[in-house]
Design a protein around this ligand. Structure first.
Ligand code: MSP
Length: 500
């Protein structure tokens, strides 16, 4: 079974920030989870390098757009590496191979009669590189996203017959009620379609920084069309000598932020239909990270959480865990250093880290360092039995925080189990040696099972822990009937308290 998952591609007119990190981490959790289940995964991320915002930023700096794109794309690649994102490819839309494929697809749209030449006039936001329709414009002709004043623009360009897809889109939404998740964003997209679709400007005559229109080379494609197509073009050339399109298309999940909903849930499927290409299965829309005071993060408000500062103090896994745990996936959420510290100390160090060191120490002390291969506790086994299926079900709906909570309930359960069964008391009574072996085998197995489930969220620390448990080769997700017999080794605290 194949699973193709993508993030939005980031504009290179700026440098990466926590919002980009958040989206990449959430998508990575999905990709890693599917690989763990043995699925054939392809995970794509990358950068959006054409269009007005990049051309403008480059002009302001007095450099060629490609120079700016190269510099910032490298920053995004560094961020992806620092976060241990397991993408299979990093697409850059200035790659010539992407351009060739964009031209092929959009030529098909043209040949099938979905384009025409016309005069476009409208209110345009240069930061969005987008004309705004009347009902979204703020008072004073301002952009609903950037709140800057829009400019009135007119030019002759090629149009895409979006209006021809009103009914097909309505049908898509009716047939695939989970096409857009969560539900309120599905409703929002459906309402937008219901309000009546206007044709879209497909090309730009004034711009040079884009993919050239093959049937009219004086124009380049409007950046959003070139950008959306990245999800499709990458498969064509990501593997040298192999076209991955038949293997992975249609995409299973596009993960995006709520500001780009309309592009992904209306324009994108319409464009694919026009080209005769199958539509993606799901678009998942996450919320926005806000500053610690609940307002939009901004340097001037001093409420920005810098991802690199968190990485330095607490490490990659702690940042990944914090974001997935504290900001309910799908809603907006405030983030700040105090929150990171609280989760780190309270949950990672005291709950998970402590459980790990206690378990390993007791196996060393009472079982000569080897996990006993005896039957595990049937009660604990029963409490863990539903975990893999429950995680699958939640992650099917991209409920990343809810799935993490399911795992954490088990981490807490294991800590309670230690207190309830008090292995140190059992160890004093030779007649209870069998019970002690059962308790420690169960703890080791429980710790192994939660750690396997957590690998998608915290790939590094869980690998260290599984190794210390002698369980690196035991990646099965179910809580087993017997101890796995690993040889444990003591490790320094997984989440050292001194980090703060
Ligand atoms: N280039 C377009 C996307 C093209 S996809 C074919 C774009 N780029 S972006 O750099 O502005 O945003 C990239 C992603 O980051 C988007 O999904 C966006 O919603 C997300 N985020 C940007 N700021 C964010 C927060 N503060 N919080 C969470 N996600 C945010 O849009």
């Amino acid at each position: 079974m194949s699973f193709y998952v993508t993030t939005a591609i980031s504009y290179v007119n700026g440098v990466p920030h926590l919002g980009h990190a958040y989206e990449a981490i959430g998508t990575d959790v999905l990709a890693r989870h599917r690989r763990l289940r043995g699925e054939d995964v392809f995970f794509l991320t990358g950068t959006d390098e054409h269009g007005e915002p990049v051309a403008d930023a480059a002009r302001a700096e007095g450099v060629e757009p490609q120079v700016l794109a190269d510099r910032n794309a490298a920053r995004f690649q560094d961020m992806v590496a620092a976060l241990e994102i397991s993408n299979d490819f990093f697409i850059r839309t200035t790659d010539e191979r992407h351009a060739v494929r964009v031209q092929q697809v959009l030529q098909r749209v043209h040949d099938r009669g979905y384009t025409y030449k016309g005069l476009y006039e409208g209110w345009y936001c240069p930061r969005c590189a987008d004309f705004k329709v009347e009902n979204e414009i703020l008072d004073g002709n301002r952009c609903p996203i950037h709140e800057i004043e829009l400019t009135r623009e007119q030019e002759e360009n090629w149009f895409f017959r979006l209006s021809a897809f009103q009914e097909p889109l309505e049908r898509l939404f009716a047939e695939q009620p989970d096409f857009v998740m969560p539900q309120h964003h599905y409703n929002e997209a459906r309402a937008f379609i219901g309000s009546g679709l206007q044709d879209l400007s497909l090309t730009r005559a004034r711009m040079r920084w884009g993919v050239v229109v093959p049937w009219d080379p004086r124009h380049v494609f409007y950046v959003w069309f070139d950008a959306l197509l990245n999800y499709y073009t990458a498969l064509w050339y990501a593997r040298e000598g192999e076209d991955l399109t038949p293997r992975y298309w249609p995409a299973n999940v596009h993960v995006i932020g709520k500001d780009i909903l309309k592009f992904h849930t209306v324009f994108w499927p319409a464009m694919l239909m026009a080209a005769g290409i199958e539509c993606p299965r799901h678009v998942f829309v996450h919320g926005f990270l806000l500053g610690s005071d609940g307002r939009k993060m901004s340097k001037s408000l001093g409420n920005v959480l810098d991802p690199f500062e968190v990485l330095e103090r607490y490490g990659t896994d702690a940042l990944r865990f914090y974001l997935m745990r504290d900001v309910v996936w799908g809603a907006d959420g405030a983030v700040g250093m105090d929150g990171v510290r609280a989760r780190y100390e309270g949950e990672l160090a005291n709950e998970y880290g402590n459980l790990a060191s206690r378990t390993i120490n007791m196996i060393e002390r009472y079982c000569e360092g080897t996990v006993p291969t005896v039957a595990t506790d049937p009660q604990l086994r029963a409490e863990f039995a539903a975990l893999p299926a429950r995680i699958d079900e939640l992650l099917e709906r991209v409920e990343l925080s809810a799935a993490l909570e399911e795992i954490w309930v088990r981490v807490r359960r294991l800590n309670r189990y230690v207190e309830e069964r008090a292995p140190w008391t059992l160890a004093r009574d030779p007649e209870r040696a069998g019970e002690l072996a059962m308790v420690l085998a169960s703890l080791a197995e429980g710790l192994r099972a939660v750690s396997v489930a957590l690998t998608a969220y915290m790939p590094s620390k869980t690998a260290v822990l599984l190794d210390a448990l002698g369980a690196s080769a035991h990646t099965e997700r179910e809580f087993g009937e017997h101890g796995f017999g690993g040889r444990v080794s003591a490790i320094p605290p997984l989440f050292p308290k001194t980090a703060a």
